[in-house]
Design a protein around this ligand. Sequence first.
Ligand code: FBP
Length: 429
Amino acid sequence: MRQPIEPPSTIAAVPAAGTHDVCSTHLLADLKEPATIFMAKQAPHAFVSLGAPKLRSTNIWGRVSVSVLPLETRHQRRFGAVRLRAALDLPMTLGQWVLQQERQHPETADLAPLITATATAGKQIASLVARAGVSNLTGLQGSVNVQGEEQKKLDVLTNEVLKNALRSTGKLGVLASEEENEPVSLMEEAYTGDFIAAFDPLDGSSNLDAAIATGTIFGVMRSGEHCLTGPEDADISQRQMQCLVQTLQPGANLVAAGYILYSSSVIFMLSIGHGVQGFSLDPAIGEFVLTHPDVRVPERGKIYSFNEANSDNWDPVLQEYIRSMKKKGYSSRYIGSLVGDVHRTLIYGGVFGYPGDKKNPNGKLRLLYECAPMAYLMEQAGGIATTGKQRILDIVPRDVHQREPFICGSPRDVEDLLKIYQGSMAMRG
Ligand code: FBP
């Protein structure tokens, strides 16, 4: 007689057919009737031995889909066994998603190295941020960037981390960063150079020493033929200039953009032109896994997010708009960290803004590596991003560090503001 199959050491029980979010203790509690399941070695299927309701637990976690299989043996039929197949639906990793996108959208295939390089840099930066206090990485570097801002130690370090990760792909002709005075030409080292990247390596770094959310923001554009060097290019300076100028493209030319939020969890929010996906860094496996598929900003929210300390200097339209939101019972939230405030707005809805005012007519946020990438994400998620008078993605930059008023969020909420602006402009005729 055939020896019964010895179940492997780690086994678990699975409840009735259907889809279940499981963890080992939960499984055991649910087992009602005896069942027999055969486990295929290569896949994380679960075992239930015949007639024994209580079984040894195993550290299974995640989503299990269970299907009922026909009984095979007379023995099973006689004992009223149930054959179930349990497949553990592991969440998709970023790497798997990129491969899937290459199949579904072949035109995005050449973006893959840049996305995975950004993710790797994001993991490194997440670890630097998390350990800033214990590794003496808080505080100032003692230098200022071209905008006259005192650089944090981590501003400089994270800039190097991201720069090295992106340039190692060989895909970039030029990169521009909040921490670089001028765009950096990579033409001589690039082997394709088909892209230009603009990024803010650690946005909101002024919040870092207080352990408040910070983030990395990036945008990618195609560079065109100017950034490709050939052996005949004796003097490439002319081409370098043409390539550097390519950095000043409107956000509408972005082919990928996103941010990595360093907060209670590390979340990589990304778009390559087909909607917005969110990946959470799973510290247990060191991988970004898909946790926020096809993000859509709610049509309308219940939160407004502005630094109201500046409200006396705002234009009357914006003052009226915020008053109307207060009347409608909207709540106020403001972290003072762009990535944190935009992430909350994407998930919960409402409006975030850093408008121009009497003191700073162009506001504070930089168009190329703050406003445009965030506007691209917001629009891909069904939201709106505007200066109040112009669509952010239509603005052609004149300067790498140019600032623009920035307001974004739920379409219905932002439209309310645009209507008031249009109304006031019509009145002024
Ligand atoms: P950087 O740290 O990259 O310069 O970012 C600027 C920033 O901190 C944004 O993250 C944030 O939205 C804004 O400034 C907050 O400004 P304020 O303190 O004036 O409200």
